[in-house]
Design a protein around this ligand. Structure first.
Ligand SMILES: [Ca+2]
Length: 488
């Protein structure tokens, strides 16, 4: 595997990314409104269900400080403010990597990206069009686990875990998929690379091309509408909706009604994302599903240029808090305490085991899973504490730091106390040798564990891009982007 090229450092500046099974387990009985039968359950032959629907809204490159519930004074996000007022803000919710592909691999599998061979792409920090790497088909995703519990599963938006047929969402547990297979800047407009046209895919077929910025501006609305339609069509059965928006990753343009004089495109895009949240919650309310649906809003990594990490140090791509800690709101009226806040450490990797438990399904036991059940945190159980005694940060596809309690130690020896120093300004390693030693042992243990217990990345033979490069005839037009010379 080739090392991360030097140009990445500058590339980040200009481009965001490239830049136990039973119907009603005893454990589910405590889930408040989850105890209510699902609409439709009563009319079905089987027993009434007690597990909720799940909706995960996963924004691309939005920072910790970009929405009102997390302090934004710039962006107007009334729908997220209402979601927070009716739900719970998670102020120490982490993704497992500060860039797209590894973060998504961790969300889907419940594992650190190194565990599943996707700490980076094949020749770059993330996957590219026609990449011969992807999430291994033998990995078990949230969607696959929930399918075994009878959930309808839909993915609407940016996937970025491989664009070959065996890697696409419909091969990884989703009944249906509508979206773009990787980042929205991986198109002919990305001058450094020879990218193909940016395809819009339904299931496995290319159904449209994102031709220009006006097309880019439609992506939030189109993914939202597809996800809302899926909810309406599947309201009689449990469902899992994964809505990984292409917004607010560059290049950015919002729908005309969100663009206005004096407003930056970043503000317009964040506000359109807020509209999307409102559409999803309104659809759920209108269909009478509010008390049976858990919705979680977060971002895949820290802010790219033009967006805000709020009080945090670091941005997209960084091992500092700004790269990993995400603005997270969780909503489930009647089950999650309204207007509450949780500062306990939780991670996107926890969603797979947590949803599995709520759905009454076991996690696989033949492999290491890093995520843990955070239902007590989400549901606001009294005195609930994080199940994690340690969390590991990444940078450049490598282990960067560990947090244990309020302490955070970097591989380079920097030590911070996040309770007293959220902005990671005061390196206090010299005065805390015992803490450094303890956390260094955790870093060493993680590396030894990964060396012993990691699984292979998925590999594709003869990969081809889903759409051709414009103007290139025949098979040559479908050559993998990373197999072609880069432009200066
Ligand atoms: Ca991203």
């Amino acid at each position: 595997m080739s090392p991360i090229p030097k140009f990445l450092l500058t590339f980040f500046a200009i481009c965001a990314c490239c830049g136990q099974s039973s119907a009603a387990p005893a454990s589910a009985q405590g889930f408040g409104a989850a105890g209510k039968p699902h609409p439709g359950g009563a009319s079905n032959a089987g027993p009434a269900r007690t597990s909720p629907n799940f909706v995960v809204i996963f924004i691309d490159d939005m920072g910790y400080g970009d929405i009102e519930p997390f302090g934004s004074k710039i962006n107007k996000t009334p729908n997220l403010s209402r979601m927070a007022a009716e739900g719970r803000t998670m102020t120490s919710f982490y993704v497992a990597s500060p860039v797209c592909t590894p973060s998504r691999a961790a969300l889907m599998t419940g594992c650190y990206p190194q565990r599943v061979g996707l700490e980076k792409g094949s020749g770059h920090i993330v996957l590219f069009p026609g990449d011969h790497h992807g999430l291994h088909p033998d990995e078990i995703t949230i969607a696959e686990t929930l399918k075994t519990a009878g959930y309808a599963t839909g993915c609407f938006g940016k996937w970025h875990l491989g664009d070959q047929p065996q890697f696409l969402p419909t091969s990884q547990g989703f009944d249906t998929y509508f979206g773009i297979p990787y980042s929205n800047d991986m198109w002919p407009g990305l001058k450094r690379f020879q990218c193909p046209d940016l395809p819009v895919v339904r299931d496995t077929k290319v159904v449209d091309i994102v031709k220009d910025m006006d097309d880019q501006a439609t992506l939030c609305r189109r993914f939202t509408e597809a996800a809302a339609n899926f909810i309406r069509e599947h309201k009689e059965q449990p469902f899992f909706v994964y809505l990984p928006h292409a917004f607010v990753h560059g290049p950015r343009q919002a729908s005309p009604e969100f663009m206005a004089e004096g407003k930056t495109v970043e503000q317009a895009q964040v506000e359109e994302v807020d509209w999307s949240v409102g559409e999803m919650l309104n659809t759920i309310r209108e269909e009478g599903l509010a008390e049976n649906t858990l919705v979680l809003f977060t971002s895949d990594n820290g802010p790219a240029g033009g967006l805000s990490a709020g009080p945090l140090r670091g941005r997209k791509g960084s091992g500092y808090e700004g790269g990993h800690r995400e603005p997270t709101v969780v909503w489930w009226p009647g089950a999650i305490p309204a207007g509450s806040t949780c500062d306990e450490l939780a991670t996107a990797m926890d969603l797979h085991p947590t949803f599995a438990k709520m759905a009454g399904k076991p996690m696989p036991t033949d492999r290491v899973i890093d995520g843990l059940d955070i239902a007590p945190l989400l549901l606001g159980k009294a005195d609930a504490k994080t199940p994690h005694d340690r969390f590991f940060y990444q940078q450049g596809g490598k282990l960067a730091a560990v947090r244990s309690g309020n302490w955070k130690l970097f591989m380079n020896g920097e030590l911070y106390n996040l309770k007293r120093d959220l902005a990671e300004k005061n390196n206090i390693a010299a005065s805390n040798p015992e803490v450094v030693s303890k956390l260094q042992t955790m870093l060493d243990e993680f590396q030894a564990d990964i060396a012993e217990n990691s699984r292979p990345v998925g590999l594709a033979d003869n990969p081809r891009t889903l759409a051709p490069r414009p103007g290139i005839e025949g098979d040559e037009g479908y050559l993998p982007t990373l197999s072609l010379p880069q432009n200066k």
